[in-house]
Design a protein around this ligand. Structure first.
Ligand code: KMH
Ligand code: ZN
Length: 274
């Protein structure tokens, strides 16, 4: 595992599964998403994980919406690392999902396996993963391995071993607690983090009520943290976060209490070779 000591927080500010009807504070337009990204950056986030929505508030992977949102984020928070989703929503086909790459992001997610996803299936066959990896790497974008199951970590390792993804540094995100997929527990997290190669760092995104515990464990254990309304909309039971920045601030507080410094944008860029 990488010996980089400082903490990297990713803000997943909206997602394909949460709608304005569930949460009036959810940012949905390019204007709202870019203002929210800036608030999260000011609070301590160094990466924004980005989904976008169409005018009706439904998830879309439309290149034009990604381009507009990414360019507005770059205007408002030029130092923030922009990571677009290639996962999209469970019902989207590969070509549709890949459109986000046209927005020239710093990073993009690369899901490394299929998993149950609530009542749906999040489909990532071997052929799809190889195609996504090729497109991401050809554009010089850094992939973040999205692992919803332990086997997805094995597949990401295999991509590295076989040279499908070649970088100085790799970053794995363990998305745990999705209903039907790997549970969010200390045991799951330890299993997954112990599988990654030495030239890699790891981050955890605990879903729903697991977000806070997983974040605290990761801060204490030398990992990195993803929080945000894509994964969890509550500050505590029944209390909605009014902004993604509140969720970021809470992790910053945990880090302060555990004497873990927040990485500067430049330090993250150097580590990731961006
Ligand atoms: N919405 C999920 C089906 C990603 O962003 O790359 C997939 C997802 C992963 O959110
Ligand atoms: Zn996502």
């Amino acid at each position: 595992m990488s010996d980089f000591r400082k903490l990297i927080i990713t803000a997943a500010i909206c997602g394909a599964e949460v709608m304005k009807e569930n949460d009036p504070y959810l940012p949905t337009t390019p204007e709202e998403l870019s203002a929210e990204a800036k608030r999260c950056f000011d609070a301590g986030a160094r990466i924004v994980h980005l989904h976008v929505l169409d005018e009706a508030g439904n998830p879309t992977q439309e290149a034009s919406v990604f381009k507009k949102t990414v360019s507005m984020i770059r205007e408002k928070a030029p130092e923030l690392i922009v990571q677009v989703s290639t996962g999209g929503a469970t019902w989207m086909k590969a070509e549709e999902r890949l459109q986000s790459l046209e927005s020239d992001p710093d990073m993009a997610t690369l899901s490394t396996g299929t998993s149950n996803f609530g009542s749906d299936v999040f489909m990532n066959t071997k052929d799809m993963i190889l195609k996504f990896a090729e497109k991401i790497c050809k554009k010089g974008i850094m992939p973040e391995f999205e692992c919803f199951e332990a086997g997805h970590v094995s597949f990401a390792n295999w991509l590295i071993e076989k040279g499908y993804v070649k970088r100085k540094h790799y970053h794995y995100d363990f998305v745990i607690g999705v209903p039907g997929a790997m549970e969010a527990s200390l045991e799951s997290l330890c299993l997954m983090k112990n599988m990654i190669p030495s030239c890699a760092s790891w981050c955890v995104a605990g879903i729903g009520r697991h977000e806070l515990n997983m974040a605290a464990i990761a801060v204490a254990a030398g990992g990195h943290v993803r929080v945000g309304m894509e994964d969890n909309i509550y500050l505590s039971k029944g209390v909605l976060a009014k902004s993604n920045a509140e969720l970021v601030e809470r992790v910053v507080d945990i880090a302060k209490n555990l004497n873990r410094e927040i990485a500067t944008p430049q330090e993250v860029k150097e580590l990731f070779d961006l």
